[in-house]
Design a protein around this ligand. Structure first.
Ligand SMILES: Cc1cc2nc3c(=O)[nH]c(=O)nc-3n(C[C@H](O)[C@H](O)[C@H](O)COP(=O)(O)OP(=O)(O)OC[C@H]3O[C@@H](n4cnc5c(N)ncnc54)[C@H](O)[C@@H]3O)c2cc1C
Length: 415
């Protein structure tokens, strides 16, 4: 049968009518979802999905919303780890790890960045040394969102020091709750503590916990990063209406899981508040303010169209173009422009934090949160390098380590 939007809509609607029961426990409901394939409809049929094309994801999501039904657990597990495991993991890993991601039993975090390796991620020095069928892992990770409540981490560690940097990295499904793992929150200047530093001292992972091949983790990491870019901006914050055990438990889970992300709307500059603030303050008659608002709204509209074009290209199965980097750069540019315009409108009041500040302190929070947008998911400078080299054909960034065994690459810190 040909899969059309109408056929998928009808099928998922009928299934929800027969099976959605808000009085189930959240866990029991998600076990049902895992068995049905409707929780992750674009995953393969053999692994909890229905093998539907990407374009049908939003159709199924709309039907869940319409029925007021809870979906699978959200976060780094379903968004990043699961697609990476589906593409590169062994059947043994898929069997062990995918179902607890769907039900929410296991939360995941991303253990990529290190104090000396953020933009130059392949320069990482966390080491995983082979000990029989296990690896002994030591090193430090940083900026790890949600690591404080994760059971698993997507961990990159160096398993071979005698080959160039990209060729000696392995990707582990790393158990966080084990001796030798210390997670410490980092307080941000906007008052939140979304990130952590993670210290790893002779912790362990088995050979079976390697996703992909030993030493070949770089291509697996690129797959995760591609999913991260795909997810950027797809945050569905609409609260679920209705009552029942599953819904109550979902609300509690969501409050817990989403706590690290509460400042993300401010990070994007809150363009939605600008016209309202201009009216409230009487600055909507100021020609300079009006001009800045017009520039900002036009930019936002143009960026939206680019994002839509990229989405349609993905749905049609076209390889990713420059839109990811352009979108990231536009996002940072708009966020900075929005922060400047907020400051122009609210003047010195923009600095007032807390309940008495404009918009109950949100404007001050915007000013403090916007810089994070230029860093997360690859900094603006790195996006510019990508565009310059891959799209404009400009000379590559000079490197001193190309082709050198990583052991011989000079580093600031002694191993
Ligand atoms: C909101 C947020 C969430 C995050 N979540 C996670 C997470 O869950 N897990 C995780 O592992 N990490 C996470 N990170 C970390 C993030 O991936 C890194 O901060 C980012 O890759 C930049 O690395 P860095 O901080 O080491 O900066 P550096 O790489 O040290 O860069 C410092 C400055 O130098 C510039 N620079 C570096 N190299 C070049 C170059 N070749 N050319 C031009 N300029 C250059 C950079 O652009 C930047 O301005 C998160 C960061 C943020 C802000």
């Amino acid at each position: 049968m040909t899969v059309t939007e109408a056929s998928v809509r009808a099928e998922v609607r009928a299934w929800l009518e027969a099976h959605w029961d808000p009085e189930l426990s959240l866990r029991d409901w998600r076990e049902r979802l895992a068995d049905s394939g409707w929780g992750c409809p674009t995953w393969p049929e053999a692994w909890y999905g229905r093998g539907l094309p990407l374009a049908m994801e939003s159709v199924v999501r709309q039907e869940f919303r319409r029925a007021g039904a809870v979906g699978i657990a959200s976060g780094g597990g379903s968004g990043l780890a699961a697609p990476t495991i589906l593409e590169h993991g062994s059947d043994e890993l898929k069997r062990a790890l995918l179902r607890p991601i769907i039900t929410g039993e296991h939360a995941w975090c991303q253990l990529f960045s290190e104090p000396g390796s953020g933009s130059d991620l392949a320069g990482l020095t966390t080491r995983a040394d082979r000990d029989g069928d296990e690896f002994v892992i030591s090193g430090q990770k940083v900026w790890n969102t949600s690591a404080h409540h994760a059971q698993y981490g997507m961990l990159l560690a160096r398993t071979n020091w005698d080959v160039p940097k990209h060729r000696g990295i392995s990707y582990f499904a790393f158990e966080m709750e084990q001796p030798g793992v210390t997670v410490r929150p980092l307080q941000q200047m906007n008052g939140y503590a979304s990130f952590n530093e993670v210290f790893i001292n002779e912790a362990r992972a088995t050979l079976h916990q390697v996703i992909g091949q030993v030493d070949q983790g770089w291509s697996v990491a690129l797959a995760t990063l591609a999913h991260e870019r795909r997810l950027a901006g797809i945050h569905d914050d609409t609260p679920l209406e209705g009552s029942g055990r599953a819904i109550e438990e979902y609300r509690e889970e969501r409050a817990h899981v989403m706590a690290p992300y509460v400042w993300y709307p401010q990070r994007y500059g809150r363009v939605d508040l600008i016209v309202k603030r201009a009216r409230e303050t009487g600055r909507d008659n100021d020609p300079v303010v009006r001009q800045e608002i017009a520039k900002l709204l036009s930019l936002q509209r143009a960026a939206g169209w680019t994002a839509e074009r990229a989405k349609q290209a993905r749905v049609l199965g076209r390889p990713p173009g420059p839109e990811g980097s352009i979108g990231k750069l536009c996002g940072s540019h708009i966020a900075r422009q929005a922060a400047d315009t907020h400051a122009l409108i609210s003047e010195s009041d923009a600095l007032l934090a807390g309940e008495d500040g404009p918009e109950a302190g949100i404007i001050a929070e915007i000013l403090l949160s916007v810089p994070g947008q230029s860093i997360a998911g690859g900094t603006d400078e790195i996006q510019r390098n990508i565009l310059a080299e891959r799209q404009l054909g400009l000379p590559r960034d000079p490197t001193t380590d190309a082709g050198k065994p990583f052991r011989d690459v000079p580093r600031n810190v002694a191993d």
